[in-house]
Design a binder for this molecule. Sequence first.
Ligand code: ZN
Length: 114
Amino acid sequence: MTISRETLLLRQIERLKGQLAALGDLRPGSLSTQYNVCGTPGCRCKATPPEKHGPYYQVSFTRKGKSSSKFVRRQDLADIRKELKNYETMKMLVDRWIDLATELSNLRLAKKRS
Ligand SMILES: [Zn+2]
């Protein structure tokens, strides 16, 4: 016996919810690396070739239409990378959920009309 498309969609949605519930800490944004030049005369960052200060790590993100950024300490990099990855996974799962839920809704509406 083959299962109905509706049952299949419901199963997929339940699996997505489980994956979402299992996600760890998350945060939106992207990580960038910077090297800076300072204002100290004769500093190595102004030598030829220059040895700039850094790397400095920064997370840039946009929330409610507002862009911000935050410096990240080297010892927090691994945690931050994991959180950024979890955020991307969450977005992907929610996106899939929306597609499946829309298809399920359309199926049920069509069933009611027939
Ligand atoms: Zn310098």
